[in-house]
Ligand binder design. Structure first.
Ligand SMILES: Nc1ncnc2c1ncn2[C@@H]1O[C@H](COP(=O)(O)OP(=O)(O)O)[C@@H](O)[C@H]1O
Ligand SMILES: [Mg+2]
Length: 399
């Protein structure tokens, strides 16, 4: 997958600009607050259908403008023609955003997700290792959703049911009683979606873990070995933590170490485990006004040589873990989706030491890389052609 170029109108601090990218290494360099990350945000937009910075669509419109337009030409590996994707986002809340593929309107952004694949790494991703579980769940959800529409629909079902169940808990807490059958229906439907979500998450992590170990070893030359495990209420707690099917259940999350295998669809997780939990302590859930068990509490445990990384790893090791996790996401996207995603690196290369930087720039094969940096000197001895672009006050100029 390649992004041959972008054309932006009133996007963030960029008034009207085009940038063309080479198939190899592209560097957007400039001082702080000039628009480097903004440009990368635009490149990434069609990979996920939204900003990578958590911004709302309307935040992307240049202050004072009525709309923004993002145009991006992406090209599948081996294809001679590109696909032009275009989004027009109006500032007027009453108007809908419009999406076009090759100039023809499509029904919505969901229709073009998958046309362009990218993996983005920025400093905030350090919290993949050191931060709270929701960042790791979001990582899984974005990565798996890009590969499986089925996963996306299980997740949407589950989220809808979770909102409904939480509302019912609050209703019951107020004294308006909810019929007993309703709790059973929730438990049945939610545990069914949850068991599929858990299976996908576990399988994805198993595929990720093997690649991550390899990349980590290659990058750091380190003897230390990372490992991942999946913890979830959908999994029964077991003695050795290795079997999904054992039965000594309790209320806590079970944990299974990510194995190594390729492909989705072989793991069966028994919905009964979560079903029972969802009927076990509704009183306490009413007091909390929220559902206490389910995929919204799942987590990934990241260990280095068997020790939990968030408590024991150094800053440098955490950075390498987070980076290899994201790069492995890219490898998996290639293995499963058949396309090498574009690698987008926002402000992370200056944080890496020389060896790791050389590994990132030199070892990613024929992938396209687009990076932002304040230090153009970092790219002087890369040994490959580098397309250097200068970003200043929202203008992008090829050097
Ligand atoms: N919607 C917007 N309209 C106009 N300017 C914006 C908008 N959003 C952010 N900016 C400006 O963009 C600049 C930051 O750009 P950014 O790409 O994050 O900088 P950097 O080059 O350091 O990566 C800031 O000056 C900010 O005020
Ligand atoms: Mg920036």
């Amino acid at each position: 997958m390649k992004c041959s170029g972008i054309e932006l109108t009133d996007f963030r601090n960029i008034k009207e600009e085009r940038a063309e990218f080479s198939d190899g290494i592209n560097v957007l360099w400039g001082k702080n607050a000039q628009g480097k990350s903004n440009a990368l945000e635009a490149v990434y937009y069609f990979a996920r259908g939204r900003s990578f910075r958590g911004a709302k669509d309307r935040d992307l419109i240049r202050f004072g403008s009525d709309f923004t337009r993002i145009k991006s030409v992406c090209r599948k590996d081996g294809a001679s023609y590109g696909t032009t994707l275009e989004a027009v986002i109006p500032s007027d809340e009453k108007q809908k955003k419009k999406i076009f593929r090759n100039g023809a309107p499509v029904s919505g952004i969901g229709e073009v997700i998958g046309d362009f694949r990218a993996v983005l790494f920025c400093p905030a991703h350090l919290s993949l290792v050191s931060g709270p579980p929701n960042g790791r769940r979001t990582f899984l959800d974005i990565a798996i959703s890009q590969l499986s529409k089925e996963y996306m629909s299980y997740l949407a079902d589950y989220k809808r049911l979770l909102l409904q169940r939480n509302a019912a808990l609050k209703t019951e807490a107020k004294g308006d009683s909810v019929p007993r059958e309703l709790w059973e229906t929730f438990a049945e439907q939610m545990s069914r979606s949850a068991s599929r979500i858990a299976a996908y998450r576990y399988e994805y992590m198993s595929m990720l873990s093997e690649r991550m170990s390899r990349l980590f070893r290659e990058m750091s030359g380190d003897a230390e070995r990372p490992s991942l495990s999946f913890t979830s209420h959908s999994i029964r707690k077991t003695g050795d933590g290795a079997n999904v099917y054992t039965d000594e259940g309790d209320e806590e999350r079970g944990e299974i170490e990510a194995d190594s295998f390729d492909g989705f669809g072989n793991t069966r997780i028994d919905p009964d485990c979560l079903y029972e939990k969802l009927l076990s302590d509704i009183e306490r859930e009413m007091k909390n006004g929220a559902t206490l068990w389910g995929p919204h509490k799942d987590d990934i445990r990241i260990r280095l040589n068997g020790k939990e990384a968030k408590y024991f790893a150094s800053q440098g090791q955490m950075r390498s873990l987070a980076l290899t996790m994201k790069l492995s996401e890219g490898e998996l996207s290639h293995a499963i989706g058949g396309e090498r995603p574009v690698i987008l690196l926002d402000d992370v290369l200056s944080e890496l030491d020389g060896d790791r930087r050389a590994f990132v720039l030199g070892s990613l094969g024929d992938r396209q890389i687009i990076v932002t940096s304040c230090e153009p000197s970092l790219f002087e001895n890369v040994g490959k052609d580098v397309n250097l672009m200068h970003v200043e006050a929202g203008r992008i100029r090829r050097m």
